[in-house]
Design a protein around this ligand. Structure first.
Ligand code: ZN
Ligand code: ZN
Length: 485
């Protein structure tokens, strides 16, 4: 082929390109606030509509979406974590009237999460108003919640639950289906098919990618083909421990604290992580490796979520199904108490001897965990056990980073408790696991976009993946727009 015909061919290819527009409107260069906009031939679809949780990015929750919400055809929702669904009420409030596609379990869990978020937003606004009144300050505009509980409820009508693998048509030449992600109950990866005049491309969005062999849930599905991938990179610079290491660390922390006579305080996300901690505690008890200490799941939201987990036993892996059949469910072992009322929560403080308290929020930014931290963080015999990711700027991160003193509920408290971190609990695949997952592709993809990771982690992961695969890997910046063909 001569140079002239090469350019002709090149021009023809461009003219026929699909011109799929992707805009990275959140979780680009950071972990939370997942929002990705896909546009094709006039159809606009938003993939996830998450809330920013890192303090330095929270103001973005209040900003314009960067597109007209009423112009969207649909939202595709991967799972019920707030950093993926938490801005749906705002989207609806600002004019989005289309369907929110997700799995049935995601729909149920997201409703629990969003109602709670609405309540927290209302409380936040009220707290600010009070502070202003006290200071005699009149803000230029009245302080309002990002959205209320009522506004959270309003978006539930737009949920359209779907089974895994059932394709939905989003617009001419545009389809999607959901695949198991193994991250939390109901969590999915989304495959999007785009076609025009016989030219077809497949885009796979991992959402949060789970791990092979994790308790309760089935393993993430794999794909043999994808032209473009949007891949999370939360732990793109790390490798996790094995489940046995995780169990051993938990066992050691429980036994040490029991001998010292303190409490175990476990800040935990209500959905997924809390149930996983219960799973491991149940196993250690069944294997007689820890004493029968009282275990409190002290979070109304976690309790409600656990009931949804119990309901969707069809999504369990074989090991979990066997436990339930044998009446050894991790959600009902001896010594476990599910706490909903504040009165029962306060009563935990009066119990003598070692107890484990699992409470939210997962990064210690609010909720009942703060009270339990106040009561335990300065006791050398107690243990603060981190089982989840702690974003920059959160109280959890400060404690984990070894600050000698932290402010909790208005008091400066010295940190004297043992601070233990158990990595293996992660519901996110590490870099080696993501590489293994990517290697199931039969053909080299055209491009891989690394999202949902702090900049450093994503960049490290890019280097790692480039070395291992030689593929075209890109870390998009916030609000970056790319055209793919
Ligand atoms: Zn998640
Ligand atoms: Zn996430």
């Amino acid at each position: 082929m001569g140079i002239a015909s090469f350019f002709r061919w090149k021009r023809k290819e461009t003219a026929e390109g699909l011109r799929i527009r992707l805009r990275f409107l959140g979780a680009a260069g950071n972990v939370t606030g997942s929002r990705h906009l896909l546009e094709f031939d006039g159809t606009k679809v938003l993939i996830d509509c998450g809330l920013y949780q890192e303090r330095q990015y929270q103001s973005r929750n209040w900003e314009d979406f960067g597109f007209e919400p009423s112009s969207l055809s649909a939202v595709l929702l991967t799972h019920a974590h707030l950093d993926h669904c938490g801005l749906l009420p705002k989207l609806v409030k600002e004019g989005f009237r289309g369907p929110v596609y997700c799995t049935q379990a995601t729909a149920e869990l997201a409703q629990i999460v969003l109602l709670d978020a609405g309540k927290l937003q209302e409380e936040d606004a009220e707290f600010k108003q009070k502070r202003h009144r006290k200071a005699g300050y009149t803000p230029p505009r009245p302080v309002e919640p990002l959205y209320t509980m009522e506004e959270a409820k309003a978006c539930f009508q737009q949920f359209r639950p779907l089974p895994f693998h059932e394709p939905i048509r989003l617009g001419p030449g545009l389809e999607a289906d959901f695949h198991e992600a193994g991250h939390i109950l109901g969590a999915s990866m989304i495959r999007i098919g785009v076609c025009r005049n016989g030219r077809c491309r497949t885009i796979v969005y991992t959402g949060d990618l789970g791990r092979v062999g994790r308790p309760i849930l089935r393993d993430p599905e794999t794909f043999d083909r994808a032209d473009y991938l949007l891949v999370e990179s939360t732990y793109g610079d790390r490798e996790h421990q094995t489940p046995e290491d995780t169990k051993r660390q938990l066992e050691a922390a429980v036994n040490r604290t029991w001998q010292a006579g303190g409490n175990l305080v476990v800040p935990s996300f209500s959905i997924g992580r809390s149930q996983e901690v219960l799973y491991y505690m149940n196993q250690l008890l069944l294997e007689d490796r820890i004493p029968h200490i009282m275990t409190f799941l002290d979070s109304p939201m976690a309790v409600r979520a656990t009931r949804v987990f119990e309901k969707y036993s069809n999504l369990y892996d074989s090991e979990m199904s066997r436990l339930v059949l044998n009446h050894e469910s991790p959600f009902s072992f001896r010594g476990l108490k599910l706490i909903e009322s504040p009165r029962e929560s306060k009563a935990i403080n009066h119990i003598k001897g070692t107890v484990m308290i699992i409470a939210g929020s997962g990064m210690c930014t609010g909720g009942r965990i703060k009270h339990h931290l106040v009561n335990n963080i300065s006791r050398p015999e107690s243990t603060i056990l981190f089982v989840g990711y702690q974003a920059q700027g959160t109280l959890g991160r400060k404690i984990l980073d070894g600050e000698p003193e932290v402010r909790i509920l208005g008091q400066m408290l010295p940190v004297r408790a043992a601070i233990v971190r158990v990595h293996g609990f992660s519901a996110h695949a590490d870099r080696r696991e993501i590489l293994e997952w990517l290697k199931k592709l039969q053909k080299r993809p055209q491009k891989v976009f690394l999202i949902h990771g702090e900049k450093e982690s994503a960049e490290n992961f890019k280097t790692y993946l480039t070395e291992k695969t030689g593929w075209d890997i890109h870390v998009p910046a916030f609000q970056e727009e790319v055209l793919i063909d």
